[in-house]
Design a protein around this ligand. Sequence first.
Ligand SMILES: *Cc1c(COP(=O)(O)O)cnc(C)c1O
Length: 394
Amino acid sequence: MSGERPDTRLVEGGRRPEWTQGVVNPPVWRASTILFDSCAALADACRHNADGGLFYGRRGTPTQWALADALTGLEPGAEGTMLFPSGVAAIAVALLSVLKPGDELLMVDSVYEPTRAFCRQVLAPMGISTRFYDPLLGGDIAALLGPQTRAVFLESPGSLTFEVQDIPAIVAAARAAGAVTLLDNTWATPLFLPALALGVDLSILACTKYVVGHSDAMLGAVTAAPGHYAALRQTAQRFGQHVGPDDAALGLRGLRTMGVRLRQHQASGLAVARWLAARPEVARVLHPALPDCPGHALWQRDFTGASGLFSVVLAGGDAAARAALIDGLRHFGIGFSWGGYESLALPVDPAALRSATRWQAEGPVMRLHIGLESVEDLIKDLEAGLARFRAARG
Ligand SMILES: *Cc1c(COP(=O)(O)O)cnc(C)c1O
């Protein structure tokens, strides 16, 4: 598809007639073995290894191709998308598709913790070194790019602390030094940040979050700019990465409504964030659309929206006072994987995860995901929670 606006692409993406056979939703094709008509047909299929041809279950069926195709359509200029069984698998294979022993990786210091662990525990023993960099470093990252630097990894906004990065400046510096750029785009999705249009080479999504959108499946995806898809595809195939057709169908179902859901997450999230920012028990709200958030001006410049995930720095108090707040909430679950229709509250400790920068807070930190419940109910719930926090803080 070309030229259509994002909501149209969400509805129409991947629904090629040869895959749907006239059914609105691409059907679930369950397959391991694919049968060939003859030895000659088998030999022909082996020679081609093309996208979109039935070959063997691990290479997918129209169900997985439809989801990959729809995701490619969301990133104008993309060459293709590979699916993965989780967001972490997508990150791991994307990194291994560009790095080899002896290379150096520049990694943002506000990165999702399992990505940091992958660098330390998988890449380092392979002879691939990682240097962590300040998320607020823009074009000055040029000074860190050396002859061994093969890739720069961005995540904007950062996990837990929500610093917004200067993506175009970092991409320009990386490109000048011959390094590949990878961006974890899970928070904004391509709807609020078309990453490839900003020059990013590999755009990574934990589809587990807003694409699936209903907290009932794990999925990841990497969408590649021209020139980067072949290596990504080959690495994914070598590692045997495969997504089950039922999970792909759940991803497709979620994707169709991602636009309306994200707009509601944005509106409700902003209403709750603004309400919290005005409360005396709150020191700071780390939400890219609020001026307190480091990099807010960059969010205004580069993003077209904000999703429903942000952090709250409480004013004073300790972990026990934070637990008094969170444990008694009626409408917020306590759990990790956000992006579903439900609200979540999570105690977090971002300072412990830093290595290149220091991160300091005025009190304990809580990450919130604002779901699709009525904002009035969520605010009433948080108001009672802040009263418990006040009492426990003393
Ligand atoms: C959740 C998350 C991931 C990992 O996704 P999984 O599907 O849970 O493996 C990666 N990056 C970010 C920013 C996330 O929030």
